[in-house]
Write a protein that binds this ligand. Structure first.
Ligand code: CO
Length: 472
């Protein structure tokens, strides 16, 4: 076992894979719960003993937990994504792709010859999504990886019949249930760079460009907001000179700098017409949006705002390994946008820090909502060690789940099809003292425990997932 870190095994390689296995558990799976949770996340933090630099560099492993409430059965499967990044590193013993904070060693001549040849990674360690009855995992590049839902085998890259290009994208596409369209961005770097908003309609095999926004200083983009009529792009001043990015050969994120003088640029894009309204705000940094909606001619955007982009530095693996160095945690913040008067207010509406926010996505995405969920700190400096339910109106914590030495993953809401507003949260928890992981099913109303399911191998800290109803 490698060196013990501040967070024990949360950020250490875990190479065990699991064929589909039936798990025993305590408690009861709700009788209405039928379906599977698909997740991805970092699982290999070193290549042949050489440590990768950043949490976002680690090679992806897919996980699947299938629940049958009617038969009280739970199954678990895990499998490394057979991405090009993983396969090339495994076969040569060294990193071959440009990851977020690590890049392959190159001579100056190689760097010169490969200028503008941005070999983006396909390591799908951030999120999963479903469209057209197909299952995909992604990172923050245009390379999207398809996998087979029954056994998590990697099927290859997604290819679409369009010419939309860019070097980076987001791993947080939104699905608009009213139109059956998926929305996401590409960023194309160059002397002038372009944010490209596109939609991908269910049933089609090509994307439509909706809007292009030009910039000379593109910002890091992790997620965005969707309402009934708008897409809102929030760009904190963590910016890059694209020519340096394409020419100098440094790892991707090492090219970005915090430039508070630039402020935060906000673009409200009409998702039907493509019309763009630019606005400005004081500087802050965001990974995740909670939700957004339109109310009384205003647009409300709820997001998790960091004071600056230091969190990106905090997530370097050597920082995570040092004692007493808990990463920054953002605060729930509401932007209120008045498009008529082109004004914007920013207000922190919950004083307790949380990350990895989730909502009842099918019911509440793009509309008014009552609650959201997230992973917060039990005590200041604890990092993400409790699951919380927060009122979107008052910002107060209405319920929480915490256990000593336990670090929960994102808590995913699954709606009870028989009772509107009712549902469960499913989270995978890692106990760093016992070096094991278990799945929790919590009642989403009061976060009381319904079932606890030990998992056959430890799962390191991981990012995002999706639940698919009806598929075991
Ligand atoms: Co994310």
């Amino acid at each position: 076992m490698s060196e013990q870190t501040n967070f024990g095994p949360l950020f250490q390689s875990q190479t065990t894979e699991s064929e589909t296995t039936q798990l025993s558990f305590n408690g009861r799976v709700p009788s209405w719960l039928e379906g599977s949770l698909f997740r991805t996340g970092p699982s290999l933090f070193d290549i042949k003993g050489k440590k990768l630099n950043h949490l976002f560099d680690a090679m992806a492993k897919f996980y699947k937990l299938s629940f049958s409430g009617s038969s009280q059965k739970v199954f678990f499967t895990s499998r490394f994504a057979q991405s090009d990044a993983y396969n090339k590193a495994a076969s040569t013993g060294v990193l071959q792709t440009n990851e977020f904070g690590s890049s392959p060693k190159r001579s100056r001549l190689q760097t010169f010859l490969q200028a503008f040849d941005f070999k983006a990674t396909d390591n799908p360690n951030v999120n999963v999504f479903f469209i057209n009855q197909r299952f995909f995992a992604c990172t923050e590049t245009p390379f999207v990886t398809e996998f087979e839902p029954s056994n998590l085998n990697t099927l290859g890259h997604l290819n679409l019949d369009d010419n939309l290009k860019g070097q980076v994208s987001t791993a947080h596409p939104h699905f608009d249930f009213s139109t059956g369209k998926l929305f996401n961005f590409l960023i194309e770097y160059g002397p002038t760079s372009t944010y490209k908003l596109f939609s991908w309609k269910q049933g089609e095999n090509k994307r439509q460009l909706i809007a292009s926004i030009k910039t000379r200083r593109p910002a890091y983009l992790h997620s965005f907001a969707l309402t009934s009529n708008y897409v809102v792009l929030v760009l904190g001043p963590f910016a890059v000179n694209p020519l340096e990015l394409l020419l100098c050969g440094k790892p991707f994120v090492a090219n970005f700098n915090w430039k508070p003088d630039l402020g935060t640029s906000i673009y409200v894009i009409n998702k039907h017409s493509g019309k763009v309204t630019p606005l400005e705000c004081d500087p802050f940094f965001v990974f995740h949006h909670i939700n957004a909606c339109e109310e009384n001619d205003r647009i409300l955007v709820d997001l998790l705002a960091y004071e600056n982009a230091n969190i990106v530095q905090d997530l370097y693996l050597n920082k995570l390994a040092s004692k007493n160095n808990a990463p920054a945690i953002p605060l729930a913040t509401r932007l209120t946008i008045d498009l008529t008067n082109k004004t914007l207010d920013k207000e922190i509406f919950s004083e307790k820090g949380i990350e990895l926010p989730t909502i009842n996505y099918k019911q509440c995405n793009s509309t008014r909502y009552q609650h959201f969920y997230g992973i917060g700190e039990n005590k200041a400096g604890d990092f993400l060690n409790q699951i919380v339910k927060i009122s979107s109106k008052s910002g107060t914590i209405e319920a929480s789940w915490h256990e000593e030495n336990c670090y929960p993953s994102e808590a995913i809401f699954v709606a009870n099809p028989d009772k509107k507003g009712d549902g469960v949260l499913i989270s995978v928890i890692t106990n760093i003292e016992l070096s094991n992981s278990f799945c929790l099913i919590l009642d989403a109303n009061d976060l009381s425990e319904l079932a606890r399911i030990p998992i056959p191998h430890l799962i390191p800290f991981h990012f995002h997932g999706q639940f698919r109803e009806g598929l075991l």
